[in-house]
Design a protein around this ligand. Structure first.
Ligand SMILES: Nc1ncnc2c1ncn2[C@@H]1O[C@H](COP(=O)(O)OP(=O)(O)OP(=O)(O)O)[C@@H](O)[C@H]1O
Length: 634
């Protein structure tokens, strides 16, 4: 006979994990970086989870509980708590790992191990350290039924009543249901969702397409309807229910109460929710391929194709100003406030807009971009607001909807907003205020609902002072202002460079010589991330023998570090000796190499063996290169 809770978990602790009852010692923590990796992996779900954690905390926080969300390995990725509360246990911080293997019987770990709702009340914990604590955790399953997280509440209160804890557990259960439903709906945003109530009161979800084929089912539905947990193949809804297509005909707007009769005659009641949008046109991703590309703007050259889209946490890296920005954006994601992104060229403003959209509630709707600096004034107007057929010479016969209408329901990204001509600023302001667009030459007015994100690399205050940018438009666009620091200002510059190497050279199995990495770290990066990615991608194409050397980086010599020759005892000749062969690339490569050699000798105080090691070359090669560059010992 199977052992009852908590004995089966206690037996595992002793027999499987070799834990000794008594004191636990310390709970393991993962690093900041690992927390970010864990969050990144769940990003499409966390956008809903953060809000749900807040919601749950607004209820159970009042009776002293803190709320945590962990990934499937028990790593805490989100937490809401009152740290000053006497009921707070600081072992619940982000990064703490609550696997059963480490922490013995506990809410999160045991819930994840059993893949079931778990309440661990006080001395049901395996370790003595936790016997004043009570926790309740509910597993979260993705639409494909994989276990992705646990939603948990914990309180350190020796006087807690078991009944109170039971009620709190039911609240967590409901909260977890809401979160799973949000993730399911987002996954099947373009399908009709059927939410049916199981006889035990638990909701179950099906996603069906226009032909009534079941294309998705959550775990509760699969259990109720005896559907396979893996290898799900779409099938007709009428294999489960008595055929009645009229039950699904929309008579009451987007939400339709419905009753379906199972083949055994039992009814299931619930609701049908229409698709969030028919079929959302694919968002144009590659800048070069979209009308948003600025002519002449440097595309991110990729030797391995278009890099994978960047998520919000990845965008932020470990730079505190960026993570704060992401935090603010997440908190305000549901308000639809316009966002104004400010920062130098190439810092990732466009990338942020796309990442934000992809993780916003509008993700299933279009992302439409317009670069205001990239097209003539007359075109911006018709591109943005649309036009009727034949509205002007050269206009398309059928007219054009315009980017505002194309973005309806989704996100409109207005890049280089500082370059928008003044008279169009007035028109834009009117649309933003009224939520209505009137395409050129047409009397028709269309209502639009768009999340506007504007970006610029020009400081707008001087433009406002000069009268080149409308102050009222600025305030209308600046619902949330996000300042993106330049690469050289970032506290995590080294990590950003390493991530770039990993995403580009690393993916191709190339190594980066220490001297080349050192050069990347020292460079000033006026072009920011765009320049960084361009340099490393280009070096990956130039590298020989699987290693990127300093000369492969082709960094402009003016940007390369300079040295004072006296301290190292080595000095360049007044001018480098003339080189045979074509000037151009080779000459630039030589110049970079020369600067890197001098810099390394200086850094190693003239120790040639150490400098050669840093540069990733033998001593003999370094002497040869010194000779070739005309560098001699003083
Ligand atoms: N966090 C990131 N991780 C990896 N690559 C990034 C990141 N942020 C930006 N990039 C890359 O850096 C380049 C420049 O980014 P992006 O176009 O978003 O900058 P921008 O600030 O919008 O530039 P501009 O001001 O010129 O419009 C792109 O190739 C983008 O893929």
């Amino acid at each position: 006979m199977a052992e009852a809770f908590p004995y089966r978990s206690w037996s595992r602790c002793v027999e499987e994990y070799g834990l000794e009852p008594g004191r636990c010692g310390t709970i393991p923590y993962v690093s900041h970086r690992e927390i970010n990796v864990a969050r990144e992996a769940l990003e499409d779900k966390l956008i809903f989870a953060y809000e749900e954690v807040d919601f749950l905390y607004s209820i159970v926080g009042r009776i002293g509980y803190c709320v945590t969300l962990t990934n499937a390995d028990g790593v805490t990725v989100a937490e809401r708590a009152d740290r000053s509360s006497r009921y707070y246990s600081d072992t619940e911080r982000p990064g703490s790992v609550w696997s059963e293997r480490h922490a013995g019987t506990n809410g999160v770990g045991t819930c994840l191990r059993d893949a079931g709702v778990t309440s661990v009340f006080q001395d049901e914990h395996f370790f003595e350290d936790f016997i004043e604590m009570s926790c309740a955790a509910v597993p979260l399953f993705a639409p494909d039924c994989s276990l992705w997280a646990a939603m948990n509440i914990t309180v350190r209160n020796p006087n807690l009543q078991r009944e109170t804890h039971q009620i709190a557990l039911e609240v967590v259960r409901k909260s977890a249901e809401r979160l799973s439903e949000a993730v399911f709906r987002r996954t099947y945003a373009n399908r009709t969702i059927l939410k049916l109530w199981r006889p035990d009161g638990q909701p179950c979800l099906l996603a069906i397409d226009a032909d009534h084929a079941v294309v998705g089912a959550d775990l509760a539905a699969r259990q109720l309807l005896s559907l396979p947990k893996t290898d799900f193949t779409p099938f007709s809804l009428w294999r489960l229910f008595t055929r009645d297509p009229s039950a699904l005909r929309d008579r009451a707007g987007p939400t339709l109460p419905l009753e379906l009769i199972r083949l055994d005659g039992s009814p299931l009641r619930g609701y049908a929710y229409g698709p969030q949008r028919e079929i959302a046109p694919a968002a144009p991703r590659a800048r070069a391929a979209s009308a948003s590309a600025a002519p002449g703007s440097a595309p991110a050259v990729s030797v391995a194709g278009e890099p994978a889209p960047v998520g919000l946490d990845q965008w932020a890296g470990a730079e505190p100003r960026m993570t704060r920005n992401v935090h603010i954006l997440r908190r305000l994601a549901h308000t639809g406030l316009p966002i104004l992104v400010l920062g130098e060229t190439g810092v990732g403003k466009d990338t942020l807009a796309r990442a934000y959209h992809a993780q916003s509630p509008r993700a299933a709707q279009p992302f439409v971009a317009l670069n205001c600096a990239a097209m003539p004034e007359t075109l911006i107007e018709s591109e943005l607001f649309g036009y009727a057929g034949g509205a002007f010479t050269g206009a398309r016969k059928e007219g054009s909807a315009g980017r505002f209408v194309q973005a309806h329901g989704g996100t409109l990204f207005l890049d280089e907003i500082g370059d928008m001509p003044l008279h169009l600023q007035t028109r834009l302001l009117r649309v933003l205020e009224s939520g209505e667009v009137a395409p050129l030459g047409s009397g028709k007015i269309q209502r639009v609902d768009v999340q506007v994100i504007a970006a610029t690399n020009q400081p707008l205050e001087p433009r406002i002072a000069q009268g080149a940018f409308r102050a009222d438009l600025y305030y209308r666009l600046a619902g949330v202002v996000i300042n993106v620091p330049s690469l050289r200002e970032r506290a995590d510059k080294e990590a950003v460079i390493d991530a770039c190497i990993a995403r580009t050279a690393g993916r191709l199995g190339l190594k980066v010589a220490p001297a080349a990495r050192a050069l990347l770290l020292r460079h000033n990066w006026p072009g920011n991330l765009r320049e960084l990615y361009l340099v490393v991608n280009r070096a990956a194409s130039l590298a020989e023998n699987g290693v990127i050397e300093p000369h492969d980086l082709l960094l402009p010599v003016a940007m390369a570090p300079t040295v004072t020759p006296a301290s190292s005892g080595w000095a360049p000749a007044a001018e480098a000796p003339a080189r045979v062969g074509p000037a151009g690339v080779r000459a630039r490569v030589d110049a970079v190499e020369r600067a890197a050699i001098l810099d390394n000798i200086e850094a190693c105080h003239g120790d040639i063996a150490a400098a050669a090691h840093n540069l990733g070359m033998s001593r003999a090669t370094l002497y040869r290169r010194l000779k070739a560059h005309g560098i001699t010992r003083r």
